[in-house]
Design a protein around this ligand. Structure first.
Ligand code: FES
Ligand code: FE2
Length: 363
């Protein structure tokens, strides 16, 4: 299985990594996340090079991670900086282990599995609503998805499924056909990313926007669900509703960040951070939104993705099975093609680099 290597992947929420180390599998690698004395996050291999004990079962001592078995200690760079079995207690270079470049931003710890020299913090797409805390408060969640991560991306890039799988979004007031007929969709292909514009007009607002945020269920509105995708699986959803004759800014907006990180070839971590521009600091609203997202993502989307993966067996690339395509597939198909091209280019570049090294060694 091949993943894009030179990209930032969400490994954990910042607040998951406190005084204790955290074990997490990302891109088929067993990682341990921890913090040093300054609170800086480190991500290293969760396998001590001595007897292969999981370092995540150890503890932080003097800002380093101590192996629970025989006490070697490792810093954020994966260097063994303390060996209790030597006279000097000095670190052991031969015991150094792999560390991943880390970026902590937007309340998430991101890792870069590829070439460390290319790990540019500037390449992480911006999430504007997370830079405007006075305008948007947030709730967040993390789901385990039993399916290839691109199936979760397909799900998010083709929101026509909502008319069928998420009846609560429209409160049963409209048929799926009415919902689809009222929705205009247009895919915009940009340099390195996609924007799938999707606006439904002339129907009532989603019931949640009435129940929680006071929108009038009898006033027709525009409801936006435009999705922006950055490779490999970083998605921004502009969810919002506003009355037909009012400016967009007047409405209820629930901008969302969705990031899918492959855990293994057939399982994924699904991070979602959802903002809102109304009713800040109200726990009852936080809870209601979390219950809403748990129903939609956890109880409706995830089981469908799992069943799809089960029907695909041990195939991870859906194109291998020759799926038929519908008009609404423009965005997911374009994203898959763009990602496949990036992975192919990365592999060709790596092969070219390896051949250059071989030629250099031979001359
Ligand atoms: S297994 Fe880690 S020090 Fe022995
Ligand atoms: Fe969904």
């Amino acid at each position: 299985m091949t993943f894009l290597q030179n990209a930032w992947y969400a490994a954990a929420y910042s607040d998951e990594v406190g005084e204790s180390p955290l074990a997490r599998t990302v891109l088929d690698s067993n990682l341990v996340l921890f913090r040093d004395d300054q609170g800086e996050a480190g991500v290293i291999l969760d396998r001590c090079p001595h007897r292969f004990s999981p370092l995540s079962a150890g503890k932080i001592v003097g800002g380093a991670l101590e192996c629970p078995y025989h006490g070697l200690r490792f810093d954020r760079q994966g260097q063994c900086i303390y060996n209790p079995h030597s006279k000097t207690k000095a670190g052991l270079r031969a015991a150094d282990i792999r560390a991943w470049p880390v970026l902590e931003r937007y309340g998430i710890i991101w890792i870069w599995p590829g070439d460390a020299d290319k790990a540019d913090p500037g390449s992480l797409p911006r999430v504007e609503f997370l830079e405007q805390p006075e305008q948007f408060c947030v709730v967040k969640g993390l789901l385990h998805v039993r399916g290839h991560y691109e199936l979760a991306v397909d799900n998010l890039l083709d929101l026509s499924h909502a008319a069928f799988i998420h009846p609560q979004f429209s409160g049963g007031r409209y048929t799926a056909e009415e919902l689809l007929a009222a929705t205009k969709q247009k895919l915009e292909r940009c340099d390195g990313y996609l924007v799938n514009h999707r606006v439904r007009s002339g129907l009532a607002p989603p019931p949640a926007n009435c129940d929680l945020f006071g929108m009038d269920p009898d006033k027709p509105c525009h409801t936006d669900s435009t999705m922006t995708w950055y490779p490999p699986a970083f998605l921004l959803l502009a969810t919002g509703s506003w009355e037909m004759d009012q400016p967009r800014e007047s409405g209820v907006h629930i901008p969302q960040l969705h990031v899918i990180t492959p855990e293994t070839q057939f399982t994924s971590h699904y991070f979602f951070v959802n903002g809102r521009n109304r009713r800040h600091g109200e726990k009852a609203v936080d809870d209601a939104l979390l219950a809403f997202f748990d129903l939609a993502f956890g109880q409706q989307d995830e089981p469908m993705i799992e069943l799809v993966q089960r029907n695909m067996g041990s195939v991870s690339d859906i194109f291998e099975l020759g799926p038929i395509l519908l008009a609404t597939d423009a965005a997911p198909v374009s994203a898959r093609r763009m990602l496949a091209e990036l992975i192919a280019k990365e592999q060709a570049d790596a092969k070219g680099d390896a051949e250059a090294v071989t030629i250099e060694a031979q001359t």
